[in-house]
Design a protein around this ligand. Structure first.
Ligand code: FES
Length: 105
């Protein structure tokens, strides 16, 4: 499993999100409560950028129609989106945030 450094932990506001890219893949990196989470940075409803949305607790809310996604699972917790978004593994090394695009087996 290969991890890539995407940012420093302090680059992400507390209870906030930033958008990064690994190769051609857009990734939303969320910092909330106890940890840092990474999701595919495309809403499963109408394919807009999730990293422009708002973070509440462990939820990332899409800015366009208000669907909410659990950042731990990628599951939609509120309509209109019904499909999940992929989540990626995160590793913290010192101040560095690393993400792996490899999916769970
Ligand atoms: S585009 Fe995200 S909820 Fe519609």
């Amino acid at each position: 499993m290969s991890f890539e450094k995407v940012c420093k932990i302090n680059d992400i506001p507390e209870d906030g999100v930033i958008g990064v890219e690994i190769g051609e893949t857009p990734v939303a990196v969320v910092r909330t409560g106890d940890g840092v989470y990474a999701l595919h940075d495309v809403c499963s409803h109408a394919e807009v950028t999730l990293s422009e949305g708002e973070v509440y607790d462990h939820t990332l809310e899409c800015w366009l129609h208000g669907s909410c996604f659990d950042v731990r699972t990628g599951k939609s917790t509120g309509p209109p989106a019904t499909k999940p978004v992929p989540v990626y593994r995160v590793k913290i090394e010192g101040d560095d945030v690393l993400v792996s695009l490899d999916q769970e087996p």
